[in-house]
Structures are given as C-alpha cells and as structure tokens.
Design a protein around this ligand. Structure first.
Ligand SMILES: *Cc1c(COP(=O)(O)O)cnc(C)c1O
Length: 305
C-alpha cells in the first residue's frame, strides 16, 4: 500500500484535437490532496515514519504542505505547517481540513521556513517541497505506471517550480529505460528559474518572482533539477501567465477538472498552436493543484494585460 493512488492515464480527445496529435493525460490532479506532490511526500513521510519520526514539519502553504498534512493524518503522525502571512485563506482552510497545525508567521516564505527550521526537535522530520531524493523516487512512480500501461510517449510535458517533479520524472524515465523520451519542462515567464539555470550554466537565484502560478514560485531550482538537463534530453519552455490561466479555463471545459495555473502552464503547450510540433504521442503530466479557486483564476485572467 502506498499513500498515493495509481492515477488514470487517458487519451484526451479534446487536447489531441487542439494539439493536432495524440495527447495522453496522467491525471495527478486526482490524488486525494489534489496534486502529484503526494507521491514524493507520501514516500518521504513513510520512510521517516518507519525510522521513528513522531512529528512532520513543512513550510509550504501550497500543495506540498497539503500533501504532508494528508500523509501525516493517514499515518497518525501530527503535522505542523508554518506558512507566511501572504498565504491565501483557502490554502489555510485546506490545511486545517487535513488537521494540520498551521502556524502563520513572517512576510515571506524564507521567514516562515526559518521559523519552521527553528521548531525542529529530535524525532521531528522536515519534509522539503522539492529538494530531497526521497521525493524524486516517489514522484518517479507515475512513470512506472505509464510504462506498465504499455503506452510509450515520444515526449513528456510537465511544469517546473523547484524541479522536484522534473527530477522524479527523469528518474522514472531512466529506470524504465526510456532514455530517448525527451521532457518539455514548462515554466511561466515570471517564474523561470530552470531556464535561468540553463542559461547561466548552473542554478541561480532569480531576483524576484512575478507569476500567478505561485506553485512554480521557487527562486532557485534544486541542483538535481539542473543536473537532469545534462543527464537527459530536457527542453525548457516558457508560457505567459495568460496562456496558463486560459489553459485552466479550457481544461475545465474539456475535462471538468479545475487545476492551478502551475498546471495550466504545462497544458498550455497543447492549447497553443505549434508548441508540440515534432512529436506524435505526447504525455502531459496533469500535476493538479488545490489552492486556486475558479473565482481567483477568472479574476487573474481578467487582470491580464
Ligand atoms: C509543486 C507543484 C509544481 C512544481 O513542482 P516542483 O517539484 O516544485 O518543480 C507544479 N504544479 C503543482 C500543482 C505543484 O503543486
């Protein structure tokens, strides 16, 4: 038994028509806490639990924190999530629904994270949102499931924040012998920390983030995410916030699933003409995301230039 579920893999008629080629969807949005994060976070929590951890601490007010809260409740381990004052009321409500203790402190994630580190006692496990080999090994299971289904794509599309999903998917592709299947790594223009690393020749810190895709808002990618770009064919792609938001609207119409703009960013490659040229069978990781409401997405869309 794992904490995550095996998700459906479906061939999407609407996205295949929009993109002019076969588009397969790995529906990670259906994980109980709403995103793929449960794969890696669940694996990390199980390993720490087996080693005797009695308390999990997270500093993510987003989907990683939600996954830790879910995993802790499932394992009977108390969870504390430290979030900055900027965290949305919706995210805090979702964390409390999972019975996490929520500590709201600091004006930025850096300050909340520092507070969280200070809380760590012997017997506590800190669960990072993206930079931990346990997470990548857990995320890799989504590619095992695709391989077991008998569908071999000729490209994988996913979104990149801190690069945990990218690191896990590359691990999954390689452990299934799919060294020849490239990854299209999508970021929004205001959160393009992987692109910056590829240009600079190593991870660099972005001076600022400016994107509605808050789940992609890591100023610097994990070293492993950058290393993946040398160990595997990885192509960096960027989309506008508008394209990511529009993809959320289109995907809701086409598949009746509401995802965050962080996920819309990847989906936008199917909806924007020409972005998948050269590929015939594309696998899109529908990473999901639970923290944006439809009202919020429409409000952001109305405010786009
Ligand atoms: C965390 C997250 C991402 C980005 O994942 P990283 O591992 O940080 O690159 C993308 N989409 C959603 C919905 C997320 O929760």
């Amino acid at each position: 038994m794992t904490l995550h579920i095996a998700t459906p893999l479906i061939k999407s008629r609407p996205l295949s028509l929009a993109a002019g080629r076969a588009v397969w969807l790995k529906l990670e949005a259906l994980q109980p806490p709403g995103s793929f994060k449960l794969r890696g976070v669940g694996h990390a929590c199980e390993v720490h639990h087996a080693r005797g951890a009695r308390h999990f601490i997270s500093s993510s007010g987003g989907n990683a924190g939600l996954a830790v809260a879910y995993a802790g409740r499932a394992l009977g381990v108390p969870v504390t999530v430290v979030v900055p004052e900027t965290t949305s009321a919706r995210a805090i409500e979702l964390l409390k629904l999972e019975q996490a203790e929520v500590v709201i402190t600091g004006s930025s994630w850096q300050e909340a994270n520092q507070h969280a580190q200070g809380l760590l006692q012997p017997g506590d496990a800190f669960i990072h949102p993206f930079d931990d080999p346990l997470l990548w090994t857990g995320h890799a299971s989504m590619i095992d499931e695709v391989a077991q289904s008998g569908v071999k794509p000729d490209a994988v599309v996913l979104s990149v924040g801190g690069g945990g999903l990218l690191s896990g998917v590359v691990e999954g592709l390689q452990r299934n012998g799919w060294h020849d299947v490239p990854v299209l790594a999508v970021e929004t223009e205001g959160a393009a920390s992987l692109q910056a690393a590829m240009v600079a020749g190593g991870p660099v810190e972005l001076p600022a983030l400016s994107s509605v895709a808050t789940s992609l808002g890591a100023k610097r990618v994990a070293d492993q995410a950058f290393a993946c770009t040398h160990q595997h064919p990885v192509f960096s792609e960027q989309v506008t916030d508008r394209a990511a938001l529009q993809a959320c609207e289109d995907f809701l119409r086409d598949h009746r699933l509401l995802v965050e703009p962080a996920c819309g960013a990847a989906l936008a490659l199917a909806y924007e003409p020409g972005r998948l040229d050269g590929y015939e069978r594309v696998l899109m990781i529908v990473c999901g995301g639970a923290t944006a409401t439809l009202e919020q997405i429409r409000d952001w869309l109305n405010k786009q230039p």
